[in-house]
Ligand binder design. Sequence first.
Ligand code: FAD
Ligand code: NAD
Length: 476
Amino acid sequence: PEEQFEPDPSKKNLVILGTGWGAVSLLKKLDTENYNVIVISPRNYFLFTPLLPSCTTGTVEHRSIMEPIRSITRHKRAAVKFYEAEATKIDPERKTVRIDDNSDVKGASNNTEVSYDMLVVSVGAENATFGIPGVKEHSCFLKEIGDAQQIRKKIMDCVETATFKDQSPEEVERLLHMVVVGGGPTGVEFAGELQDFFDQDIKKWVPEISDKFKVTLIEALPNVLPMFSKQLIDYTESTFKEEKITIKTKTAVKKVTDKTVEAEATGPDGKKSIEVMPYGLLVWATGNAVRPVVKDLMSQIPAQKDSRRGLAVNEYLVVQGTKDIWATGDCAVAGYAPTAQVASQEGAFLARLFNTMAKSEAIEHKIHDLSTSLNLKPGNSGEVAVEIESHEKKLRRIKDLKPFHYTHQGSLAYIGSERAVADVSWLNGNFATGGGLTYLFWRSAYLSMCFSTRNRVLVVLDWLKSKAFGRDVSRE
Ligand code: FAD
Ligand code: NAD
C-alpha cells in the first residue's frame, strides 16, 4: 500500500513526470521492486485522449475515459509514491525537481524538491497558439478533460442564448456559428462529433434553430488531415460537405476577438483577402507547443540548443547531453509524430530498458561477490568459475537490448455521421479505407485500446445510452 512507501537507500530514485500515455505505459510494464519509484503529475489520472472529442458532446461521459493513477500504482509489486504536483524546474546539476501543488486545496507544504538518480520526462505538450492575439483569452482548447467539459457547456449555452427572447437574426447567426481552427485530426474529429450532436439531438430538442446551426473548420494548409492518404482526405472533405460542415482551407487565422475570428484566405488566383467571421463557440486545435518546464531544461543543456520542438533524445530515449534523464511522448523529439501510439511504445521500451538495467546491475554485483570469494577461498575455484561464466553469459544476453524501434499500426480518425477513415498497415501492406465499416472498426479498435475493463464497460454503456435516449442537452 501507498502508506508503506519508504525509500530504500540501496535502490535508485526513479522519478517519472506525468501520468499520460508515455508515463503510464512505462509504469504498467516497470518492475517497481528495482527502484524507489516516484510519479509526479498535476493530474491524478490517466486520460484516454482518443475519445476526448466524444466527450464534448456527451456521446461518452468524461469519467468513462479517466483511470485513476492510484488504481494503476496499487497493483504494482512494490509501492509507488504519487505526488499531485506540477514539476516547475528540473536541475540536472543537482539532480532535483522542484514541484508545486497548484490545485485548489493546498497544505502548508505545497512547494518542495524531489531528488532523482534517474528521471523520465513525460509531461506532454501544451496547446500551440503561435502568439496569435486573442486566442488564449477567447478560445476553448481540446486537450484535457476540463476543456471537453467547457466545450460541452458552451455549445448548449450558445443554443439557449440564441433562442433568448428578442435575439436579433444577426446575433442568432453568430451564436450558432461554431468555428474550429486547425484541420488536424483533433479539429476534424471534433467538427464531426459536433455536427452529429446537432443532427441527431439538438435539432430535435430545439427545432427552431435547425437551419441556423453551422460548423466551420478552418485550416491554413491546402487540405485537412495531412497525415492521411489523398483518397481519405477527399473522402473526409466530401463527407463534411454532405454533413454541411464548411471547410475553409488555405485560410490562416491571424486574430481572435471575443466575438470574431479574422483570417487571411488565399484564393485560387493566389490573391490574399481578409475574412472576418462572427462566432459563438471557437475551438482552437492547431497542434502542440513545448511546455515551459521542458523549455527551461533545454536551455540548461548545451546539446539541446538546436532543438525547437522538444527534448532531442538518442535511440535509447536518453535526453541528448545528459546521462540520467530520459524523455518520451510529445515532449521528446525522436523523429516520430506526437501521437499516443508513439508515446505508449516509448514508455513500454523504457520499462524494458530499466528492468534490464536493474537485472544486469544485480548480476554484476553477483559476479563481483563471486570473484571476491574466489580470491578469498581459492579451494573450490572450479565451481565458482563456472558460475561466474554462466552469469557473464546471462549478462551479455541481457545487455544486448536493441535501440527503440517504432512500429506504426496505422492512423484512424472519426469524421462524423458514423464514418471513420483509416490508413492501416497490415501484413506488410498498407490500406486506406473510409466509411461505415471503418467506423465499426474505429469503435472496436478504441475499445480494445481502452485502458481497463472498467473503462471499456463504461464507454460501451455510454454509447448505448446516447443511442437509446439521445445525448443529454442540459447545460451543467
Ligand atoms: P500526455 O498524454 O499529454 O501526458 C502528459 C502528462 O504530463 C499529463 O498527465 C499531464 O498532466 C502531465 N504534466 C503536464 N505538465 C506537467 C508538469 N509540469 N509536471 C509534471 N507533469 C506534468 N494519438 C493517437 O495516437 N491516436 C489518437 O486517436 C489520438 N487522439 C487524440 C485526441 C485528442 C483530442 C488529443 C488532444 C490528442 C490525441 N492523440 C492521439 C495524441 C495523444 O493524446 C498524445 O500524443 C499523447 O497524449 C502523448 O502522450 P504523452 O505521455 O507525451 O503526453
Ligand atoms: P496537428 O498539428 O495535427 O494539426 C494542426 C493543424 O492546424 C495543422 O494542419 C495546421 O496547418 C493548422 N493550423 C496551424 N495554425 C493555424 C492557423 N493560424 N489557422 C488555421 N490553421 C492553422 O494538431 P492536432 O490535430 O491537435 O493533433 C496533434 C497530434 O495528435 C498529432 O500528432 C495527431 O496525429 C495526434 N492526434 C491523432 C488523432 C487520431 O489519430 N485520431 C486525433 C487527435 C490528435
